[in-house]
Design a protein around this ligand. Structure first.
Ligand SMILES: CC(C)(COP(=O)(O)OP(=O)(O)OC[C@H]1O[C@@H](n2cnc3c(N)ncnc32)[C@H](O)[C@@H]1OP(=O)(O)O)[C@@H](O)C(=O)NCCC(=O)NCCS
Length: 202
């Protein structure tokens, strides 16, 4: 199993998930609107969250980084990475609603992607999203991912049968993460800098 090293950014520390994160992670995992596009239903109890993250806090085919602030070790969300084959990984992420719109997801996901490409030498990172998940699709586009395809009726989730968007990013396409904190869309408009928009899906 590849390691899950602690990754630091200007505002964040990403560290391996622990079972003691359950209480904090129950906040986003019990948020029905936030969970709309997730592959499983919102959680009703902290016990359900504990059962959900238990296998994720140990060994497995996926690695789970808990997102925390530098000055407070409280789980805000996570970035997960599944090793699909040598050099190819799938990423996933989730962030508590109170943190949205500050570029936190971009900062956290950038740090993990940077680690995968530069420290681990991966050639490809991909993500699988719901076509209607505007936040997730915008984040991936912002990070320079290319929309590569639409898989019809790929998932059956708690909201029914759903198509999937597949987004891919290659090592040679990866640009250094944008300056942390510049993405606070609650205090200013426009994104500045950053990678070019993804090409349209034909
Ligand atoms: C997807 C998610 C992590 C984004 O978190 P966030 O902290 O708001 O994202 P950021 O602030 O880092 O924004 C990254 C970019 O996406 C854009 N964006 C984020 N949410 C958006 C939305 N709902 N609509 C349009 N653009 C959006 C931002 O404007 C930003 O682009 P910019 O730098 O050009 O301004 C968050 O909405 C979430 O946890 N959603 C629920 C879980 C989920 O759906 N996970 C993904 C499953 S595939």
């Amino acid at each position: 199993m590849t390691e899950t090293p602690v990754l630091e950014t200007r505002r964040l520390v990403l560290r391996p998930m622990r079972i003691t994160d359950a209480e904090a992670l129950h906040v986003p995992l019990s948020d029905a609107a936030l969970m709309t596009w997730w592959s499983s239903a919102p959680h009703g109890t902290v016990e359900e969250t504990r059962d959900y993250i238990l296998p994720r806090a140990g060994e497995g085919r996926w690695r789970w980084w808990t997102i925390t602030r530098r000055d407070e070790d409280v789980a805000l969300g996570w970035v997960s990475v599944g090793n699909r084959r040598e050099g190819v990984s799938e990423i996933g992420y989730l962030l508590a609603r109170a943190e949205w719109g500050r570029g936190i997801a971009r900062e956290a996901v950038s740090a993990v992607i940077d680690h995968l490409f530069k420290a681990e030498g991966h050639r490809r990172v991909f993500a699988d999203t719901d076509p209607d998940n505007d936040g997730s699709n915008a984040l991936l586009r912002r990070l320079g991912f290319i929309l590569e395809g639409r898989l019809r009726e790929e998932w059956e989730t708690h909201i029914g049968v759903r198509d999937s968007y597949i987004w891919g990013l290659l090592r040679d396409e990866w640009r250094d993460p944008p300056r942390n904190g510049e993405g606070d869309r609650r205090s200013k408009s426009g994104g500045g800098g950053g990678p070019p928009p993804a090409q349209r899906l034909r």
